[in-house]
Ligand binder design. Sequence first.
Ligand code: CP
Ligand code: NVA
Length: 294
Amino acid sequence: MHHFLNISDCSPEQLLDLLDFAHQLKADLRQGKTEPLLAGKILGMIFQKPSNRTRISFEVGMAHLGGRAIYLRDEEVGMGTREPVWDVSRTLSRYVDAVMIRAKSHDDIDVFAQFSSVPIINGLSDLSHPCQALADMMTIREHKGRLKGVKLCYLGDVNNVCMSLMTAAAFLGVEMTVSCPKDYAPMAEAFPPINFVEDPRVAIQGADVVYTDTWVSMGQEEQAEDRIAAFKGYQVNADLMSLAAPDAIFMHCLPARREMEVTNEVMESLQSVVFDQAENRLHAQKAILVNLLK
Ligand code: CP
Ligand code: NVA
């Protein structure tokens, strides 16, 4: 693996290896063990959008591994405005050992990677959020003891998070069903291993895992009113959750808009594993960093 821009940059076998390694790193950390596998290595991080989990988990992860991370505000770097993406890429490649980018446009990440002489990690784009999907698969495996055959129902917007989940699910044998209004699902229908069911009450029947994300992703604020109206029937609430398997878990990548895509009641229920997901970002990304930099 040269870069980690999409889940499909790995083979299904490599994805499983990354997961195994992430579980190992988590178990080690629980016992107070952190090996300086990346001693002296520096990760540059460019953010064109805000972040809580991604920034902190990468920064802490590099510290655990004996390296360090440098946070670069795009207001200063001016990727594509102050300087072309390819010049930023070739400059940064001379200073740091890897770059994590959260970008408005996935195309910019692709161009950055094309010109970079160091590994690039996608920390979220308009198209995908592969680090999140890896942490999510890890969380499902922890709670369900397996991935193959687990029934995952994703309700709501077919966005970056959903797209990466679809690829990871297809690679790992997770049976994924996506449920959203037909007008918002062109990609879901074109993705053969994934079932598409428009009616959320049908889609969620017997699900082992129920997942949702915001209806208004970063950068879509101007469409907020239309989106909220379109997705209204897809809110994950106690009534909908009662149709899933009795031991179903609830997942959300966060940040969550409570009483919008999910109720406060479901977020705070015993079924909710959202903070396990947030924690697993740390372990999953450490596995990615070691894989790319060792
Ligand atoms: N889930 C996630 O990527 O969170 P942040 O936007 O806070 O980084
Ligand atoms: N789909 C959301 C994910 C945030 C982590 C967004 O892009 O804003």
